[in-house]
Design a protein around this ligand. Structure first.
Ligand code: EPZ
Length: 461
């Protein structure tokens, strides 16, 4: 809520204050991938031995997943970007996944796979929807049923248990009905300890799936085909501990590629795996950016005028839905008209309204946005509705003339490690402001009301 007018326009939630138009330069370091680290942490439930993860980003989502694993009895030690997780005391009696934690972190639902495979039974809250869509889990559930699990729903909970007397799942050929990263991860993890072989047809091909398969194979699993749409898993009796480094975050890296383009400032970005960002790099080259390999990353040299290009999001290797909002911020400042279609999530266009408040000229019809680029955006108050639209607001404000105030930091801090610090190290001027407390706001109102005013003070308070 914002108190409009001259009295106080300060947002009353913590916000970023961004002075636009600064020239950026230099190198930005990409952190470990949030969407890989989270599922690798869940995979640690499959073994009695310790899993040591490095390059784990420091994010609120990682903290929530740590709390969740601790609630199942895990012992977790964190030193900087290193995580040591031991699940030796995991048992069916003390495995309880708190409702509020699963709801705070939808991604934690993939724990159902390893817990069922390890313990033979699990009860877990349904994660529910979020700002970007209904986020069903039917593919996860169907896959576990195909592996021989009995599943029932009790209120907001899912209860699953293996049917066979030895409490093990049974390998099977499974055909996913839709490309789902989470469902592929759930089934992949569950199948590693199943009796016999499993084939997942229609598997998601994201790099995070490949990273998960690499970790599981280090633990002794027998997985082939990760990264393609058919993955085969030969079940084993148990999995051991291992050490593993999380892959670089391709979405964070893509966000900084777009930051270079939207500010028209050359930047060096590393580490990143180019094959993880092929669709994004080719679209930015189509806009006129030159992107060349530089060490274990890339150098981006943007043109003075960015050309408008069309994108349609789709599962990997297509254009990632997680970069749709940042890319739309860029297209708002391009020369010409572009069309952006969102095909993965049903409600991922919240940033259109916010970009239009900044002077963007975007028409939206369902999940198709038509963007008429403008020379530059206008600084104002905006808010991100989800993790990636919050990042898009920051990028847009870097291009805008004046000072923007951006709310939605709870979203931003979930997925970008030290985001504003990294941008300030490149030359941006971003400061994090605590929310104005309500008392201060009311005092501001009182002070601004002229003394001779007819309204009693009480009416203003
Ligand atoms: C993962 O979410 C990522 N999150 C998302 O990143 C990412 O946007 C998404 O994959 C797509 O790439 C993590 O990895 C933690 P899906 P996930 O299952 O697994 C439908 C970010 O910003 N579907 O691939 O939940 C679903 O409704 C986040 O970092 C079913 O119908 O995504 C959606 O339309 C946001 N039934 C589509 O599939 C199911 O059982 C893709 O969802 C599961 C999914």
């Amino acid at each position: 809520m914002r108190i409009a007018g001259s009295i106080s326009e300060e947002p009353i939630k913590p916000f970023l204050e961004v002075k636009g138009k600064n020239v950026l330069s230099g190198h930005v370091k990409v952190s470990g991938a949030k969407n890989s680290a989270l599922v690798l942490m869940a995979a640690s439930l499959l073994s009695k031995e310790s899993i040591h993860l490095s390059n784990v980003p420091e994010l609120t989502d990682i903290e929530v997943m740590s709390e969740l694993l601790t609630s199942t009895g895990a012992d977790i030690r964190r030193t900087g970007n290193q995580l040591q997780i031991s699940n030796k005391s995991l048992s069916i009696t003390n495995t309880f996944l708190p409702y509020e934690l699963v709801h705070a972190l939808r991604a934690s639902f993939v724990c159902i796979g390893p817990l069922l495979a390890r313990l033979g039974a699990v009860k877990i809250p349904l994660p529910g929807g979020c700002q970007i869509g209904s986020r069903p889990v039917d593919e996860h559930i169907q896959g576990l049923k195909e592996l021989g699990a009995y599943v029932k729903f009790e209120n907001d909970y899912v209860f699953a248990k293996t049917k066979s007397p030895d409490k093990r799942l049974i390998g099977k050929e499974i055909n996913l009905r839709c490309k789902s990263v989470g469902a592929t991860e759930t089934i992949l993890m569950a199948a590693t300890l199943a009796k016999g072989s499993t084939i997942i047809n229609g598997a998601a091909q994201e790099p995070e799936i490949q990273d998960l398969a690499n970790l599981l194979n280090k633990m002794g699993a027998k997985i082939n085909g990760a990264g393609t749409n058919q993955i085969t898993i030969k079940g084993v009796n148990s999995l051991k501990g291992c050490k593993h480094e999380v892959i670089p975050d391709r979405i964070e890296a893509g966000t900084f590629l777009i930051a270079s383009a939207i500010t028209r400032c050359p930047l060096s970005i590393s580490p990143l795996v180019q094959s993880h960002l092929k669709s994004v790099i080719s679209k930015l080259e189509e806009c006129g950016c030159s992107i060349t390999k530089e060490g274990d990353g890339v150098k981006v040299i943007p043109p003075k005028t960015i050309k408008a290009v069309n994108i349609t999001t789709s599962p990997f290797p297509g254009f990632p839905t997680d970069l749709q909002a940042p890319f739309m911020a860029l297209m708002s400042t391009a020369e010409g008209t572009s069309i952006i279609r969102e095909t993965v999530f049903e409600k991922r266009m919240q940033h259109v309204g916010e970009l239009n408040k900044m002077g963007g000229k975007i028409d939206l019809c369902q999940n198709k946005a038509v963007i008429n680029g403008v020379a530059e955006l206008r600084a104002t108050y905006v808010a991100g509705g989800d993790l990636r639209s919050s990042a898009a607001m920051v990028l847009a404000s870097l291009n805008a003339k004046g000072t923007s105030k951006i709310q939605g930091l709870d979203h931003l801090d979930r997925g970008y490690e030290n985001f504003e610090q990294k941008l300030n190290d490149l030359g941006a001027n971003i400061s994090r402001k605590e929310a104005l407390n309500e008392k201060k706001i009311i005092n501001q109102i009182k002070e601004s009301v002229p003394k001779h005013n007819f309204y009693s003070r009480a009416e203003v308070a």
